[in-house]
Design a protein around this ligand. Structure first.
Ligand SMILES: [Zn+2]
Length: 390
């Protein structure tokens, strides 16, 4: 089993890339599609929750990079099923870091809720395990939590399932949550034979998030094939599309179905018809503002983000790459703040570098050479396959 998990992680897939559609090119086309589409398939990832302070997994400030102190050869091992079964304490020593907050959601979550309210949402396939979609009001029939979630937890031994919240306090205290049913069995076994071997994970609850070495939830496989052929628009939001099988969805929808990307950064290994680049909440607010009456985001921050004097005045769009049909949506208020912060950091660096000018010069030269080299290297896209069945 462990070997299969490792092999799955190492799979590098050569992807066949679809051609962009001629009839879907501009932001006006994107707005028209949102108005006319009736069965929108939405794929979401960590980028839709980062504005709430929830760390993503793979960025430089993400969760995996915060695990360096554990000394693992691969930080993803904290989600390795075999390792959990051998010793669940490793997972529970860090699980508090990814425990989702309750009852909050981002303007982008509200955008998906809006699609649902307008009868346009076919399904939201989320890779997030934070369960915030449900707090935003996205109904369980419209939501596939592809990598599971903290909403429920299951006993490793007797499969007794409980509401996830029941073990949140234990997780916050870095304690291992034990199943009450199995605790009785364990005590009985120990009474009968003090020397009996009982595995560390005996009767331990595991949140129902998908670990490496586990299949994706059954609902994913039940729904995806039908949805692929029913959808009339695909929108991928806040995900770098590097974890299969969710990443493969963009390649599997029929080629004539339009595809829109909403993400902080462009994605080079897919051909979206239109890419709307920027903070997800800004892009969602921009779209809602442009779509006009009946499209207000059901979120308290909507007006603050778009600006009301006049409506939408905070948000600016520009075409940044005509060939790749990439637009950038900028929040002028946020940019001003970021510029001020960057200037303050630059001033601090300048003060520090004056203290030790010789060293800085040497370092700067080295840096210059490194940067030049890096520009020529184009990394292959590595798709990690999470699903043991695919
Ligand atoms: Zn149990």
């Amino acid at each position: 089993m462990r070997l299969i998990g490792i092999l799955n992680r190492a799979i590098i897939k050569v992807k066949s890339i679809r051609n962009r559609l001629d009839e879907v090119q501009t932001i006006e086309d994107a707005l028209k599609l949102l108005k006319t589409s009736k069965k929108i398939l939405v794929i979401t990832g960590a980028g839709i929750s980062t504005s709430l302070g929830i760390p993503d997994f793979r960025s430089s400030q993400g969760f995996y990079n915060q695990l360096q102190h554990l000394g693992l050869s691969d930080p993803q091992e904290v989600f390795d099923l075999q390792l959990f079964l051998t010793d669940p304490s490793l997972f529970y020593s860090i699980a508090y870091m990814i425990l989702p907050p309750e009852e909050i959601y981002s303007p982008l979550h509200s955008f998906i809720k809006l699609l649902q309210s307008r009868g346009k949402l076919l399904r939201n396939y989320t890779q997030n395990i934070d369960n915030l979609e449900s707090y935003a009001g996205i109904s369980s029939s419209k939501l596939i939590q592809c990598h599971g979630s903290f909403a429920t937890a299951t006993c490793i031994t007797c499969k007794y399932q409980i509401k996830g919240e029941v073990i949140f306090d234990k997780i916050r205290n870095k304690e291992i949550p034990y199943c009450p049913k199995c605790t009785k069995t364990r005590n009985q076994l120990l009474r009968d034979d003090e020397e009996v071997y009982i595995a560390e994970s005996f009767g331990v609850f595991k949140p129902d998030i998908t670990f490496f070495g586990e299949p994706l939830p059954k609902t994913f496989h039940d729904m995806i094939n039908e949805d692929l052929h029913e959808c009339d628009l695909l929108i991928s939001i806040g995900t770098s599309l590097k974890v299969a099988p969710v990443a493969d969805i963009v390649d599997k929808v029929p080629p004539e179905v339009p595809q829109i990307l909403i993400n902080k950064d462009p994605i080079d290994h897919c051909n979206f018809d239109i890419s709307l680049l920027g903070y997800c909440d800004d892009v969602a607010s921009y779209l809602a503002n442009e779509l006009g009456e009946g499209w207000d985001l059901p979120h308290e921050k909507f007006n603050e983000i778009r600006g009301l004097d006049p409506e939408g005045s905070n948000l600016e769009i520009s075409l940044t790459d005509e060939d790749r049909r990439e637009y950038e949506i900028v929040n002028l208020i946020t940019r001003e703040k970021e510029d001020l912060e960057a200037a303050a950091i630059a001033a601090e660096i300048a003060v520090n570098s004056n203290d030790d000018e010789d060293d800085e010069d040497e370092e700067g030269e080295k840096q210059g050479i490194d940067d030049g080299d890096e520009q020529d290297i184009k990394p292959a896209v590595e798709i990690i396959d999470l699903d043991v069945e695919s």
